[in-house]
Design a protein around this ligand. Structure first.
Ligand code: HEC
Ligand code: HEC
Length: 427
């Protein structure tokens, strides 16, 4: 894992091309226009303005935009509507998927993730080699933004919800800029990026997205490391006996084995754990029949192999893989997994340990009365599903965790919520 880096350092190192981002907002080239823009313009983080804003000004701009509903076609939906600061920038409600579009009636297809602790997610790669451990091991598809890793950076990601017809619903980048220009943030935007910024709509869009990215890298908001577990790692707090048992079960390779994907230890380089290795894995989450998209029995959200992502559709072995989320602040969530198919941590934990010992509890029967395991994928893809502990059991065997142990793991998960205040010492 990479150590946390201040955003602008990361920014200058950013090797990510903004070509697609710029392509989305540049008007169609004219016949006599030069064939390609100067190469330096493709560098997302390269300064392209006369007026160089400070990080503080960009953060403030991004924060204001994040909470600004007038940037949506409904006039009612802001980034913060689905990514609420009181919920670690995750969803504020118990809806499996959020509603957007012109009248806030269009359902998404995936649960809104928390935006905390994704600052170190590496760019997506099919073959990840960890630079902090044994780097000869190919950990497979890893990183990127979104449940399927399809966005490569914060600024690239930020355009998607602004344009998605099921979210903020703008027709194109120009429409976003027009809203910004006509809305309550116009003066602040000019102050931040220069009086003439709106005369260059492609630059205005680029810096609007950069503002959102820089805000989302603000440490106090997005990676505060203020949980009880962080205090424990700093040796400023001790875990209760139940939390201690939960941590041990979480780490134990023969019990929860959770830490094999949701990393819980300080890295060899000294970075605090993010509770994810950013890997894209298929754990066979059941279909959520309540999602409008799933009303069509032929529709399957297969994550890494599509449909939202289109570059790896030929890789059938990737179908059903979704990015391992951080478990920091997971106790603040009311829906779990990419399709929001579970609504309590108890259920999630029972699914993990009983998926293979009692599959009939989690999956429906087919027309021959046989349990159809992994029913959120077309048949024939069963081999894609992870079968390591706690998924290494047979029907009828004892689950890897019993009910008391499940309660212990959940007690531990509650120590991952930010904002821990130690009880005042007794005198
Ligand atoms: C209608 C609800 C909704 C709104 C509004 C919304 N998002 Fe999201 N956001 C989601 C969902 C759902 C996902 C997961 C998408 C996926 O995996 O395909 C997501 C994913 C993300 C991610 C990726 C997180 C990760 O784990 O990689 C980021 C970053 C993000 N949103 C930022 C924003 C920003 C910035 C805005 C405003 C410009 C915004 N969102 C508006 C619902 C929303
Ligand atoms: C093989 C890797 C792996 C192991 C082992 C694993 N997880 Fe996960 N976890 C994932 C992936 C991948 C997802 C997302 C799956 C999806 O949505 O399709 C996930 C999702 C979750 C979620 C939902 C979080 C959210 O934001 O919706 C919770 C809670 C969770 N895991 C807890 C645990 C616990 C507790 C254990 C140990 C009992 C565990 N996991 C073991 C990979 C793993």
């Amino acid at each position: 894992m990479k150590k946390p880096m201040p955003s602008l350092l990361l920014a200058t190192l950013g090797a990510i091309s903004a070509a697609c981002l710029l392509a989305a907002c540049r008007p169609a080239p004219q016949k006599d226009a030069p064939a390609a823009p100067a190469a330096y313009l493709a560098g997302a983080y390269a300064p392209t303005l006369k007026h160089q804003p400070s990080v503080a000004a960009m953060t403030a701009m991004g924060r204001a935009m994040f909470f600004e509903p007038s940037l949506s076609v409904s006039g009612k939906l802001a980034c913060a509507s689905c990514h609420s600061p009181e919920h670690a920038y995750g969803p504020p409600n118990a809806l499996a998927v959020q509603l957007g579009g012109p009248e806030l009636k269009d359902a998404g297809t995936r649960a809104a993730p928390s935006l905390r602790y994704i600052q170190n997610a590496p760019a997506f790669t099919e073959h990840y080699h960890d630079d902090d451990g044994d780097d000869s091991v190919d950990a497979g598809p890893t990183g990127g933004r979104n449940w399927d890793g399809r966005a490569q950076s914060g600024h690239e990601q930020a355009l998607a919800p602004l344009l998605s017809p099921r979210e903020m619903g703008n027709r194109d980048g120009a429409a976003v800029v027009a809203k910004l220009r006509a809305g309550p943030l116009a003066a602040q935007f000019r102050q931040t990026y220069g009086d003439d910024i709106f005369e260059q709509p492609d630059q205005a869009l680029r810096w609007a997205l950069m503002s959102l990215e820089v805000f989302q890298e603000s440490p106090a908001d997005f990676y505060p490391y203020t949980s009880k577990y962080d205090a424990f790692l700093r040796k400023q707090a001790s875990l209760s006996p139940q939390e201690t048992r939960g941590l041990a079960l979480f780490n134990d390779e023969n019990k929860g084995n959770c830490a094999s994907c949701h990393i819980s230890r300080i890295s060899p380089g000294g970075a605090f754990p993010q509770f994810t290795d950013y890997g894209l894995i298929n754990i066979g989450v059941p279909r959520n029949a309540s999602l409008p998209a799933n009303g069509d029995p032929a529709y399957f959200d297969l994550g890494l192999c599509g449909p939202d992502r289109t570059d790896l559709t030929e890789h059938k072995e990737y179908c059903g893989s979704f990015k391992t989320p951080s478990l920091r602040n997971v106790a603040l969530r009311k829906v779990f997994f990419h399709n929001g198919s579970f609504d309590s941590l108890e259920q999630v934990l029972r699914f993990y340990v009983q998926r293979d010992t009692a599959p009939q509890k989690w999956y429906p029967k087919d027309k021959n009365g046989k349990v159809r395991k992994y029913n959120d994928m077309p048949p024939g893809m069963e081999a894609n599903v992870n079968v390591e502990a706690p998924f290494d059991r047979q029907p009828g065997q004892a689950p890897a965790l019993n009910e008391r142990e499940i309660a212990d793991v959940i007690a531990f998960l509650h120590t991952l919520t930010d904002g821990y205040r130690p009880a005042p010492a007794a005198h």
